[in-house]
Design a protein around this ligand. Sequence first.
Ligand code: UDX
Length: 452
Amino acid sequence: MVEVISFFGLGYVGLTTAACFASRGFRVIGFDNDYNKFKAISSGVAPFFEPGLDEILKISLEKGNLKVTMDPNTAVLNSKVTFITVATPSKEDGSIDLSYIKEASKMIGNSLKLKDEWHLVAVKSTVVPTTSEAVVKKIVEETSGKKCGRDFGLCVNPEFLREGNAVEDTLNPDRIIIGEFDEKSGDFLERIYREFYGQKIPPIIRTTPVNAELIKYANNAFLATKVSFINMIANLCQKLPGADVEVVARGIGLDKRIGPLFLKAGAGWGGSCWSKDLKALLSFGLKIGVELPLIEATLKINDSQPYKVVELAKMALGSLRGKRVSILGLAFKPNTDDMRNAVSIKIVEKLLSEGAKVTVYDPKAIENAKSIFFERVEYAKNIEDCLRNSECAVIVTEWDEFKKLKPEYFVKLMRDPVIVDARRIFCPMEFQDKVKFVAIGLSNNFERIQKT
Ligand code: UDX
């Protein structure tokens, strides 16, 4: 029997998961207390760009499988399970800000007070170890006057969605993690996922809540470390004649123990998750007296990586003062309009502080960029506008439409062009012959450039 499920918080994770469940015939109620979000979603438009999401959102609303509400009671009283999918941002000191988790737990508890039947609460938001026990369980028990394990169930159920791939990742996850406070809760959540995935059910790990909480952090920390590792090797390559990090990454990636994914060197990693999660883990470690030096190094490498890109431009141009620089790509990665923690911000700010005149272009993120750079940069409508009469083009986000560009195109539009490939999308052999070409992780050729 397909149960009614509700989601508290309709951001990336909540809305995508809710729409995916609804698209597979589940009856879903999404709660959010942000009126603008509520209005947009009710009319079938996601408040952010995510490939494939608007389509399933519209279909689910039309079929009546997905309902959106601003009333917590409507969500809890008419469903059997509530997923908490609210944001867990960073505080000033890097530690986790649990205010939305507390608020959601309180609302759920207050609604449960009005409910006679057993209800399952599943924490999908990323929370540092012990939060589900010490915060969610405690608050729901206090506000509902009910007992966890008897009157309501509780699980930790992290997600691993990538922005830009969130729908695909929800429909085809690598695994499902269920951290259960009691067997009934775990059984119930497992049954829901078995109904959702049918024959294509991925491996399920049932474990303690604290393991489930930790798995999410260890997962993000490991991936971020892998990227920072290859960026560190890239910096080494730049100083070594004949070295190229792309080849080194391919060479080590074929080792099955390492694997080829998340070994793409570039301008550094960004996005809403890794930085806040790594800082939250560091801060949590500190609180319980455990140092996490590898996480510190991962963050440190990433903090400086965007500046390596500006250094490349500066070395190739001589000085940045008064130079026209075009930025291709602003989003923290392709297929999203998200600029949270995007490395483009550091790169543009540094270029501006060195006196460059900056023009930016991104297929999706221009509107978001306007509230970051305001009048300090020029906003181009397309690639051509962005490159015309410029002296240096920096590839900051590897959108597909940039990958097709040929060196002749840059030569036609720009003045004696310098190309800085910070995402390694171009073939150095093809470009080096026709333009001044430098790239992250590629043995530098400044002497040759300066001679030409
Ligand atoms: C990440 C995790 O992958 C996901 O499991 C978690 O739930 C949320 O955080 P996301 O931030 O959407 O997802 O993006 P992801 O595709 O993981 O990329 C993160 C950053 O690393 C991006 O800025 C990307 O450009 C960069 N990256 C990734 C690299 O620089 N090199 C790589 O090889 C891979």
